[in-house]
Design a protein around this ligand. Structure first.
Ligand SMILES: [Zn+2]
Length: 184
């Protein structure tokens, strides 16, 4: 099976339907004015990491995930409550073997991305995890030869200066770093 994660695609889907959601919420409130607004930021209200803190449990009660989760876990829960899968766990294209000319594209919003290959047809070999980075986006499965390419869909780099580092991540040196660049 092939897995990938992309928050950006989910965010785009979320952006496409806020009007509908607002309509449902307003209807619910009008029907019963006693329904209090939630004491936490909802998915569409989340703007910064600070908005991803739960309200905590009432004294003497055991907290639910909704009450106590924070960070990405909280964003995932808030998204699911509104029908948005923020990690986009849909499988990759498994209808063919990737080639250098036509690789299987793996979307990524981050600097690194891992894809699990099980060959073609799917599950014809044990899962092999392939790591791709923005610097070296193409990877080939050593078992079946399928070629994958990371398609970066995250935010653009800072406009002020192009540094060679990506937010502190540095790939470990390998023999590839010491051969001619055209072999890299
Ligand atoms: Zn493979």
């Amino acid at each position: 099976m092939f897995l990938q994660r992309s928050a950006v695609a989910a965010a785009r889907r979320a952006a496409a339907a806020p009007a509908l959601r607002r309509g449902i919420a307003v209807t619910a409130v009008r029907r019963n004015d006693k329904v209090p607004a939630p004491n936490y930021k909802t998915f569409n209200e989340v703007k910064t990491a600070q908005d991803l803190l739960g309200p905590g449990a009432k004294p003497g009660t055991v907290p639910s995930d909704l009450e106590q989760s924070t960070g990405l876990e909280r964003l995932e829960i808030l998204g699911k409550m509104e029908g948005v899968d923020i990690f986009d766990m849909r499988p990759l294209d498994a209808s063919r073997l990737g080639t250098m000319a036509d690789p299987i594209l793996v979307r990524s919003a981050g600097d690194e991305q891992y894809a699990g290959c099980t060959g073609f047809p799917a599950d014809s070999h044990n899962v092999i995890w392939l790591g791709m980075t923005r610097k070296r986006p193409i990877e080939r499965c050593p078992e079946c030869g399928s070629v994958y390419k990371m398609n970066y869909v995250g935010p653009d780099d800072d406009a002020h200066g192009h540094h060679d580092h990506h937010h502190g991540f540095e790939e470990p040196k390998t023999f590839a770093d010491y051969v001619k660049p055209e072999y890299y």
